[in-house]
Design a protein around this ligand. Structure first.
Ligand code: HEC
Ligand code: HEC
Ligand code: HEC
Ligand code: HEC
Ligand code: HEC
Length: 501
């Protein structure tokens, strides 16, 4: 028994030191496992923040899409396709799009005395936005302000440079310049950038670019963001107002909070809202004249009569009420509407159902194992399977037929509205020829302002009614009514005995 004692003691001792060693080793392993896990979590977080392998660094100053294209080749390849010629019945584009007045000749009379009577074409792909602006007779034959570049070029670094770091200050400064001077500033910013690239449609005029990656994406995270001062101020004015905006829930949320700070789309909006906001930077009604800085007229809401009310109450610095130009045939002070896609979409069932611009105009597609957003921004009717059939499981032909029905109805009503407008102009001119004074005609001219504004709102909107069919019909019905009211008033004056010679 004896000898076994030390052995047992020794083995116990051996066991204790062995156990100790095992504990140490196990703890070390556990420690390294936890450390590895933490490092992995950290890396994943970094990845989530910066999920892309980059071959080239891009920054806030990289207005050229080329370097971005080295990192994100799929999106860049699609983006370049906005150069391609496409065509649908009411949309798409041509190598040089038609004058809008070809399909709707009354436009020339509606715009009498205004630059839009000179040259007003259908839109085409994003690649052309800067070149088309440089070339339009509205720019080459009429003075225009620097604000035009807000929506036709990757202009933000120029705003930042001119505002000594303050984008909003630079925005105001560029808006006060002539188009030519402002354009030269954008070229100057571009040419100073080593990543400006070569000269193509995108590397245009020594570094001035049409809309580019940096306009919609944060270069560090690639997250969507809005950059345009006009939009940021406009959406803040909308948030500050009290018109319900059920389709923008983040504004409703902000309104019910303390309102301690201004609504900030980049901080407050949901990702789904951002998928429309990036387009709302440009596809909106705006004022961009020489007298005041560019603004989006949204403080009373986004409907046609709310925007009109905003203009009606607005006074120019000289105290005169707001108008875009004096109609050359009648002398009425009238308004020009511009592509209110964001506003019309806001009135439709898709916005109400949370469907964003990008859902239809930049739908997802699969490339191998990767899901990418189609950066060939274009008519969804060229892409029905991905743009519509994910939600509407009808055959493509049926979807096309439903769109045709909406667009044809809108077009018929729009042409009828154009006819009413021409009859009104004729009646007012006849009354004037018969000696009616401007004072006699004042009420008719006010009705002309309302009628034109409504007709133009639907005509300038680029979906031919699709974005909000019932709203487009309502607006056109009102336009016809105002035109006919004005016509009747003018006719009554016209039938009075002409002033004796
Ligand atoms: C539910 C799908 C859908 C949503 C959402 C949508 N659109 Fe459209 N959009 C269309 C359709 C359909 C047309 C008509 C295309 C045609 O006539 O070829 C159109 C037309 C257009 C056009 C003219 C296209 C062309 O080829 O001439 C523009 C510009 C446009 N939309 C911008 C927008 C913007 C900006 C938004 C968001 C504020 C938006 N759309 C939301 C479906 C949509
Ligand atoms: C708030 C943004 C915005 C501003 C500011 C703006 N545009 Fe545009 N412009 C657009 C959008 C969006 C389109 C495409 C939709 C369309 O053609 O209706 C467009 C289309 C055009 C086109 C091609 C179609 C046409 O009308 O012949 C020309 C040319 C043009 N703009 C010139 C100008 C000029 C000149 C100015 C300054 C007076 C200007 N733009 C200011 C957003 C803007
Ligand atoms: C920086 C301003 C700007 C932004 C941002 C912008 N667009 Fe445009 N968009 C334009 C201009 C300007 C044109 C007209 C170009 C021309 O005719 O030369 C245009 C044209 C279009 C067209 C007509 C294309 C064609 O082939 O006829 C569609 C569709 C369109 N935009 C949809 C969108 C959508 C959807 C978004 C958001 C994802 C968006 N745009 C963002 C300014 C902009
Ligand atoms: C007019 C705005 C706009 C411009 C310009 C734009 N993008 Fe995007 N981009 C989007 C939208 C919208 C999405 C979808 C994002 C989402 O749903 O979160 C997107 C998504 C992406 C993504 C995420 C993956 C994917 O495909 O969904 C990448 C990467 C990307 N864009 C790269 C680019 C590059 C590179 C350029 C320039 C060549 C560019 N984008 C220009 C609007 C834009
Ligand atoms: C993300 C989903 C989604 C996408 C994408 C989508 N829609 Fe819709 N669409 C809806 C919803 C939701 C409604 C509302 C009716 C309902 O609740 O079923 C609707 C309604 C409609 C209506 C009835 C419109 C009305 O005013 O009554 C038409 C027509 C339509 N969609 C056509 C299209 C077309 C064309 C496209 C592609 C360009 C498209 N939709 C893309 C979800 C979608």
């Amino acid at each position: 028994m004896e000898p076994s004692q030390p052995t047992r003691r020794a083995s116990r001792r051996r066991f204790t030191s062995g156990a100790f060693l095992a504990v140490v080793v196990l703890s070390a392993i556990a420690f390294f496992l936890v450390l590895a896990l933490l490092m992995n979590i950290f890396e994943r977080k970094q990845e989530a923040r910066n999920p892309y392998v980059r071959l080239v660094e891009v920054s806030e100053e990289t207005t050229s899409p080329e370097p971005w294209g080295m990192n994100w080749a799929r999106e860049y390849d699609d983006y370049k396709r906005t150069m391609d010629v496409t065509r649908t019945k009411f949309g798409g584009s041509e190598s040089l799009p038609e004058q809008k007045a070809k399909a709707s000749p009354w436009l020339t009379r509606m715009f009498a005395g205004y630059a839009f009577a000179l040259d007003y074409r259908d839109r085409r792909g994003h690649a052309y936005m800067l070149a088309d602006q440089e070339d339009t007779k509205r720019v080459t034959e009429r003075p225009q302000p620097g604000s035009c570049l807000h929506c036709h070029s990757a202009v933000i670094p120029t705003y930042r440079r001119l505002g000594d770091g303050d984008v909003f200050k630079g925005f105001e400064a560029l808006g006060k310049m002539t188009y030519a001077d402002a354009h030269a500033e954008v070229v100057k910013t571009g040419s100073a950038n080593p990543l400006a690239g070569t000269e193509t449609r995108f590397e245009h005029k020594e570094g001035a670019h049409p809309v580019s990656c940096v306009d919609c994406h944060d270069p560090r995270t690639m997250e969507l963001r809005v950059t345009r001062p006009g939009f940021i101020r406009g959406i803040q004015a909308l948030a500050d107002g009290d018109e319900p905006v059920a389709h923008i829930p983040s504004i409703e949320r902000w309104r019910s909070g303390s309102r301690g700070r201004a609504y900030d789309p980049n901080a407050d909006a949901t990702r789904q809202e951002m998928r429309s906001f990036v387009c709302g930077q440009c596809h909106v009604e705006y004022y961009c004249g020489p007298k005041v800085a560019l603004f989006f007229p949204w403080n009373k809401g986004l409907k046609v009569e709310q925007i009109e009310a905003r203009y009606d109450e607005y006074k120019f610095p000289d105290g005169h009420r707001f108008f875009d130009w004096k109609h050359a045939e009648t002398g009425a002070e009238v308004l020009k509407a511009q592509h209110p896609e964001f506003e019309m979409w806001s009135q439709g069932i898709h916005a109400r159902s949370g469907v964003a611009c990008a859902d239809c105009h930049m739908p997802y597609k699969r490339e191998g194992a990767v899901k990418v957003s189609d950066h060939w921004v274009r008519s969804p009717m060229l892409n029905v399977s991905r743009a519509c059939q994910v939600c509407h499981q009808y055959p493509e032909q049926e979807i096309q037929a439903r769109v045709n029905a909406i667009q044809n109805r809108t077009n018929v009503l729009m042409q009828r509205s154009g006819k009413a407008l021409v009859d009104m102009l004729d009646a007012i001119k006849t009354a004037e020829a018969n000696g009616a004074s401007e004072q006699d005609l004042a009420a008719a001219l006010e009705l002309q302002r309302k009628a034109q504004w409504r007709l133009d709102f639907v005509t300038a909107e680029n979906s031919m009614g699709f974005h909000a069919p019932a709203e487009a019909a309502r607006i056109l019905a009102e336009s016809i009514d105002y035109s006919r009211q004005a016509e009747i008033r003018a006719q009554r004056l016209g039938t009075k005995a002409p002033a004796s010679p």
